[in-house]
Design a binder for this molecule. Sequence first.
Ligand code: NAD
Length: 499
Amino acid sequence: MTISITAPTVSAHTDAFLKRKHKLYIDGEWVDGVSGEMIDVIDPATGKVISQSTAGVAADVDKAVTAARAAFETGPWSKMTGLQRGKLISKLACRLEELADELAEIEAIDCGKPVTYAKYVDVGLSANIYHYMAGWASKVSGETVSLANPGEYHAFTMREPVGVVAAITPWNFPLVLTAYKLAPLLAVGCTAILKPSELTPLSTLRFVEILEEVGFPPGVVNVITGYGVPAGAALVEHDGVDKVAFTGSVETGRRIAAAATGNLKRVTLELGGKSPMIVFPDADLDRAIPGLASAIFFHQGQVCTAGTRLYVHKSIHDKVVEGIAAESRKLKIGHGLNLDTTMGPLISSAQLQKVMGFLDQGKAEGAETVIGGGRVGDTGFFMEPTILANTKDTMSVVREEIFGPVLCAQAYDDDDLDVIAAKANDTIFGLAASVWTRDISVAHKMARRIKAGSVWINAHNFYDPALPFGGFKQSGWGREEGSEAIRTFTEVKSICAVL
Ligand code: NAD
């Protein structure tokens, strides 16, 4: 593990962007917030303030909802065909690709990501999501229905946009998680108010400048930056919002589900996870070990689907754990803007403290530290990639979402797939899982037994715009991506002509 935390200088355009006064974007205009308050934005690699965003409040939310409603009901957007919307979304996707370096630099400095990962994962995946959903825009349709009643009818269904959507996102993948919501909702003809995390608002603000440049009509996409309370809460409670599409923690998800009951707005929730990785004795370890290491250490484990619980057969346990430890030693910890960095900081001092607290608890409960466990340096919020072995299903490190680079390993000594699956399923979460084996029959049998929204075979953290994504159990409600995303942002209307 090598360490280099010095912050390189940013490019001139990013420097100018960081220094700009970041306002709210409402009805096609950049406007000051009603409260006049600003929020410091911190580079997690240095702990220094790099920019500021506007602290939106309920009065700002009200204006944004009014603009989004007008754009939805009567604006030029409401009259565009699916094909026309799709062309605009494609144009946006192409522009994101052209500006990938600039967007990646902003995402790297704001979120603490290695800039190359930000370019190919965050910007690349986001652009692909817009490209993919642009194609859907012209293909949203209902079906003709044969009725049970005797007689002659012309009966059919239509899919209509759900309306004004509040898209509330967390700090770990701002561009991607915005794309998960915005690309399909634009494809079907909804309008939106984006509420990025107060910790990482910058890429969303730059993204909206690009969206404006591409030619989306005023009011179709609005941005309210600010804290969860009041800005996010005001959106969730607003009667003019038809749907909340939320990604974030389980605690906030619960609050949102409760607050949305006022006008019974539609809600999708993409929440936390505690994803198991099950390694069978016949697994191809040359492929599995780097894959397992990346599953937990990518973006410092601050990934909702991170492979946090490792269940590995007793016969290969030591080899696999030592192999992952060896992979973790190859990581280069540093500022995301250094091109050789492969592991950045945690997002905040609070997050670092939280992860350290889990480690103390884990050790007190009897987990054994194989590697890591400490903070790195005293600048920024870096920590070592960490592996805990001899973990038990009752330990808090195994039960709760840590959201840091901490792998909890344990050996299993069983051939009964139901018993192994029961261990993997012994969690309140159900977001993702991976199965590592050369036996295709075992792989598919396990995939059927796992209670999670995504199961990967011989891979982990594999995303595709065409694959529905979301969680079982307390990992959420509903699905994003693929054709499911089109369903989730539309209402079905049944029309029947009695002939
Ligand atoms: P968070 O719940 O604290 O915040 C998420 C967003 O909600 C932020 O924009 C925040 O300002 C806003 N918010 C907070 N309180 C609110 C309220 N009362 N009403 C409305 N909005 C409110 O989550 P976080 O710490 O930013 O993100 C980490 C969490 O996100 C983890 O639990 C992680 O698992 C989860 N996550 C899930 C997925 C997924 O797709 N399932 C993806 C990424 C992250």
